[in-house]
Design a protein around this ligand. Structure first.
Ligand SMILES: NC(=O)c1ccc[n+]([C@@H]2O[C@H](COP(=O)([O-])OP(=O)(O)OC[C@H]3O[C@@H](n4cnc5c(N)ncnc54)[C@H](OP(=O)(O)O)[C@@H]3O)[C@@H](O)[C@H]2O)c1
Length: 268
């Protein structure tokens, strides 16, 4: 098999589906995974018809015990190795730290951090041996922006993915493996329906939004250029740049005032 294989997690919607289309368009076979098998099959049929590449659908809950090994075993069962890994599956967990169940936070950590780390760890060796590999970790502008209350671990997890990508980018660069953290801002997908913030974010100005396809194209291009981090779009780059030079105390003040404003808004 001469075509490279791109494994994309969370490909049943949004940014993951866009990455699957972008890599197939670039001539790669794709392995797409998420929980909703019907969505994966529909996307697979579309991609096969448009690009004539091989598409493997693997339905799994990536936060379930043993999910990463089962996913990689299924790909190996097709006689394939992962050449490109897009760690994308994700969601937001609403609520404050003390209002949420530990079980829900543990599941969130497993999907958002442990699974991408485990996947990248388990495919990196093969990539290094073959002298070619690509890993994209879909982080977020939230990994740079000041924190506020609620969605407590989201920014922390995305910041960890950014720092992790930077380290492994340095470690693997000489071995032909490119590693990139992709940091989108507000992106049109199902994300804000799932995390219950659709009404609030619909009030944001149009220039803050990007399509999932824009994010995927920018992400792939940056990864091909072996950039350790890419923030997608000019407004997001400005916000990330400002956040990086903003003293922590100022960021915390902004976070507090946003939180208190929201609390005040709820009382009225
Ligand atoms: N949209 C934004 O504004 C935005 C901004 C910055 C970063 N991001 C990041 O971008 C990534 C993709 O989000 P999106 O905007 O494309 O959201 P989305 O449209 O809701 O898609 C999320 C994908 O993750 C999959 N997924 C969720 N839980 C899963 C689980 N337990 N096991 C396997 N797959 C699971 C979903 O598939 P199933 O439900 O079928 O399992 C779906 O394919 C996330 O990591 C998110 O944090 C999004």
């Amino acid at each position: 098999m001469s075509r490279r294989l791109a494994l994309i997690t969370g490909a049943s919607a949004g940014i993951g589906a866009a990455f699957a289309r972008v890599y197939a368009e670039a001539g790669c076979d794709v392995a797409i995974t998420a929980r909703r098998r019907d969505r994966l099959e529909t996307l697979a049929a579309e991609i096969r018809k448009a690009h004539g590449v091989e598409v493997y659908c693997v339905s799994c809950d990536l936060a379930a015990p043993g999910a990463v090994d089962a996913l990689l075993a299924e790909i190996k069962g097709h006689g394939r190795e992962v050449d490109i890994l897009v760690n994308n599956a994700g969601y937001g967990l609403p609520g404050g730290w003390s209002d949420t169940r530990w079980e829900d936070q543990a599941y969130f950590l497993q999907l958002m951090l442990t699974a991408p780390l485990e996947l990248s760890h388990k495919v990196l060796g093969g990539m290094a041996q073959r002298g070619w590999g690509r890993i994209l970790n879909i982080a977020s502008l939230a990994g740079y922006a000041p924190v506020s209350s609620g969605h407590t671990l989201y920014g922390a997890v995305k910041a960890a993915l950014i720092r992790f990508s930077q380290s492994v980018n340095i470690e693997m660069g000489a071995k032909g493996v490119h590693v990139t953290a992709v940091c989108p801002g507000f992106t049109l997908s199902e994300f804000h329906d799932v995390n219950g913030t659709r009404d609030a974010v619909n009030r944001l100005p149009r220039y803050l939004w990007q399509s999932a396809e824009q994010v995927a194209r920018i992400g792939r291009k940056a990864n091909e250029a072996n950039r350790a981090v890419v923030v997608t779009g000019v407004p997001n780059k400005l916000i990330a740049g400002l956040s990086k030079v903003m003293p922590d105390d100022v960021g915390l003040m902004l976070g507090k005032s946003a939180t208190w404003r929201q609390a005040g808004a709820k009382k009225t």
